[in-house]
Structures are given as structure tokens and as C-alpha cells.
Ligand binder design. Structure first.
Ligand code: GDP
Length: 223
């Protein structure tokens, strides 16, 4: 099972909020691409529309976050929306047609960004993760072939310390040769202080385990 850290203290911080994009979710929709629509971008959590049930995606720049969100939705244009210059540094919110919302958090650790901007991003991401009402799950993306970077480990430790529920998703697994996959998985999991079974191993390029992740996402968005 993926790691679902959940605490009463975290749940207690939430207050009821108006859900946007409510529509009945039927079993027939499972396995289908997520139907999502870009709603808005913001630099601070309080600027976002309220959400009842939300999942967020976070990871360092270039980890494959846009590709993964596109694969989940089977929509090439979605990433283009969030990759519009300026938007990548913002919190992007998408409405899921079946109910709930999906948030694409700005990628961290982009080397070319000046220190003060990086600090702002940190504050933005941290503020969102601590303050967002209705946040059900944070999917933390880690590059499969590269493994967790020190920043990824820092992020995971911070999420654990703050009892924010999260699941690690290892991306680009098609780039790891099948002969090396088992060892790579063990190393990556150990680097994240997890077991291999705690992690969702995906490839957006080869559509591996995208259905599995979609199921997890929908499970958190629908009551
Ligand atoms: P983001 O910055 O986290 O949004 O990352 P992108 O989705 O833009 O991907 C960064 C790079 O990794 C791009 O060149 C993608 O084509 C590549 N990439 C993303 N996902 C995969 C994958 O599953 N397999 C492979 N081989 N490459 C991928």
C-alpha cells in the first residue's frame, strides 16, 4: 500500500468548504482518462477557490510532473496550459469533472532561479501544504532513474514531520532497464525511507501504472 500518513491533527485543521465541479462519478468512468479542466493559478493558497476534496502533485522541476498529469487526463494541452511562462511558478488548480480538484504545485529545485525566488516558492508550497482545507493526498514525484535528490528527501521529511498525507510516485520507469529495475526500486525506496510496495512506479511515456495512479487519485477525490 502506498504510504498514507494521516493524522487527526491534520484533519482537524480543515474546515468544510464549498466543492467546485461536482458531478456524479460512476463505476463506468474508472480506468478512463481523468476529465479535468484548468480553473486558475495563484501564488498564495487563499487566492484559490475553495475545494472540498483535493489532491496535489509536487516534485522537483523536470521530474515529469506535467507529463504525468497529461497522461492521467490523456490530454496534451493540459500541460501546455500549466507550462505557460509564469504559470509554472504558480499553484495551478484543475477541476475534476467527476468531483474534487487537482493541484499542480510549482516544481522545486530549479537551479537557474535566484535564491530569493526559490525562497518564495518554498513559502508558497509550504503555505499550501499546511493551510489547504480539503487536501486529501499529496503525490510526491521522484525521478525513477535518478532516485530521490537531497531536496526530495527534505520534502519527504518535512511532510512526515508535519503529518501531511503523502504518496511517493516514481516517474520515468521506462528509462530503467528491466534487468536493473528491481535493484533500482529497492534503492529508490530506501532513499525515501519506504518499502518498494509503498511507491507507485509509473511511466507516462509508456503508460505503465497510469491506471493504478488514476484509481488512487479518483479514490481521494470522490467520497
Ligand atoms: P516537469 O518539469 O516535472 O513538468 O517535467 P516534464 O513533464 O516537462 O518532463 C521533463 C522531461 O522528462 C521531458 O523531456 C519529458 O519528455 C521527460 N519525461 C517525462 N515523463 C517521462 C517518462 O515517463 N519517460 C521518459 N522516458 N521521459 C519522460
Amino acid at each position: 500500500m502506498p504510504c498514507h500518513l494521516h493524522s487527526d491533527s491534520f484533519a482537524a485543521r480543515r474546515r468544510p468548504a464549498t466543492q467546485i465541479g461536482v458531478a456524479p462519478y460512476t463505476a463506468a468512468m474508472s480506468g478512463r482518462p481523468l476529465q479535468v479542466r484548468f480553473v486558475s493559478s495563484a501564488s498564495r493558497t487563499h487566492q484559490l477557490p475553495e475545494a472540498d476534496r483535493e489532491v496535489a502533485f509536487v516534485g522537483r522541476s523536470n521530474v515529469g510532473k506535467s507529463s504525468l498529469i497529461n497522461a492521467l487526463a490523456n490530454q496534451k494541452q493540459l500541460a501546455r496550459v500549466s507550462n505557460t511562462p509564469g504559470r509554472t511558478q504558480l499553484i495551478n488548480l484543475f477541476e475534476h469533472v467527476g468531483g474534487g480538484t487537482i493541484v499542480d504545485l510549482p516544481g522545486y529545485g530549479y537551479a537557474k532561479v535566484p535564491g530569493h525566488v526559490r525562497k518564495d516558492w518554498g513559502a508558497m508550497i509550504e503555505g499550501y501544504l499546511l493551510e489547504r482545507e480539503g487536501l486529501e493526498m499529496v503525490f510526491v514525484l521522484v525521478d525513477g532513474p535518478i532516485g530521490p535528490t537531497p531536496l526530495d528527501v527534505q520534502m519527504l521529511e518535512w511532510l512526515r514531520d508535519n503529518e501531511v498525507p503523502h504518496t511517493v510516485v516514481a516517474t520515468k520507469m521506462d528509462k530503467v532497464k528491466s534487468a536493473k529495475r528491481r535493484t533500482r526500486k529497492q534503492q529508490l525506496a530506501a532513499g525515501c525511507m519506504l518499502e518498494t510496495g509503498d511507491i507507485v512506479w509509473v511511466s507516462s511515456a509508456k503508460n505503465v501504472n497510469i491506471d493504478q495512479l488514476r484509481g488512487l487519485v479518483v479514490g481521494h477525490l470522490i467520497d
